[in-house]
Design a protein around this ligand. Structure first.
Ligand SMILES: [Fe+2]
Length: 313
């Protein structure tokens, strides 16, 4: 593998295509995102953390366009550009962008010099968890009647050529291997968890999980919510809405350890709520696990076949 051209510090957004922006906005609002702007042909949604919009929908036939990653600065765009043009972005957050295409055929925008939207206030209450002492003396817990997404977390993709996809992301964006999952024998790798390289800083267990599968596609896109109450409140509210398909959860993953819950948008693209990921820095040694553990949960039901084989294009 060649040395990484740059090391991106963040996944910035997912970009989908949907035939009805009103319906897209309704689902994403119910899912816990907040509208930044809706034009005749684009919808931009955000989370409560500071940053540019993290979910972009373009009007058109249902599809997955791709992803945006943030570069440290514009000089990283130049290092990566090659024959690609550095463009000025005409979308909320602005900044500069180059457009690449990954081996799956998804667009990969690399952006820099964006103007972040300020963080939004979030009302949370402390938890009285025995081992951690008393944090809410005399105060009654009253859970918010809404789920609020903090930020975008990761993407999971299916690949007919796992190694090619993993190599591209590591060489192009500087992702690090966290854990491999194997079947039968350790040299038969069927899936690869990859994280951001921010040196000593701790990052999520994975920003990109690549699974060897029969066709290329997006399995799901994932968003961090405020806490465990938000995962459960989100589950309840999406269920009560009576019009969305639940795909898997609630449970706690083995690799990554997130508490998760998965829902389909109106066009079948799976969106995940999660909280409480393992956080690792660049010195964490890579792991290797058999599939029974690698795809397993610490609690909750096993993944249904409909989830395991799901991919969107
Ligand atoms: Fe996930």
């Amino acid at each position: 593998m060649n040395p990484a051209k740059i090391k991106v510090p963040e996944l910035a957004y997912v970009r989908l295509r949907s035939p009805d922006l009103g319906k897209a906005e309704e689902f994403l609002t119910d899912f816990g995102l907040i509208k930044v702007e809706r034009t005749a042909n684009k919808l931009f949604m955000r989370g409560t953390d500071a940053g540019p919009p993290l979910h972009i929908t373009e009007l058109g036939t249902p599809g997955v366009i791709g992803f945006g990653y943030r570069a440290r600065d514009a000089s990283d765009l130049a290092a990566l550009a090659g024959s690609a043009a550095i463009e000025t972005v005409d979308e909320p957050g602005g900044g500069k962008r180059i457009r690449l295409t990954d081996p799956l055929g998804f667009a990969v925008d690399v952006i820099a010099d964006t103007t972040p939207l300020p963080a939004l206030p979030v009302k949370r209450q402390e938890l009285n968890l025995g081992a951690h002492g008393i944090h809410r003396p005399g105060e009654l817990m009253r859970v918010q009647q809404a789920v609020q997404v903090k930020r975008i977390g990761h993407a999971v993709v299916h690949a007919t050529d796992l190694e090619r996809v993993v190599t591209w992301y590591r060489e192009t964006l500087g992702l690090l291997g966290t854990d491999e999952v194997w079947a039968g024998a350790p040299d038969h790798v069927i899936a690869s968890f990859n994280r951001l390289d921010r040196g000593d800083e701790y990052v999520d267990h994975h920003v990109l999980f690549v699974v060897q599968q029969k066709r290329n596609g997006l399995n799901h896109i994932s968003f961090e919510v405020q806490d465990f109450d938000d995962v459960m409140k989100g589950h309840q509210l999406l269920k009560q809405a009576g019009k969305y398909t639940h795909r898997w959860g609630v449970g706690r993953h083995y690799l990554g350890s997130q508490i998760f819950d998965y829902w389909e948008d109106p066009w079948g693209r799976i969106h995940e709520h999660w909280t409480d990921s393992d956080l690792l820095n660049a010195s964490h040694p890579p792991g290797s696990y058999p599939v029974e553990i690698g795809f397993g949960s610490q609690w909750g039901d096993d993944a249904p076949e409909a989830f395991v084989n799901h991919s969107s294009r």
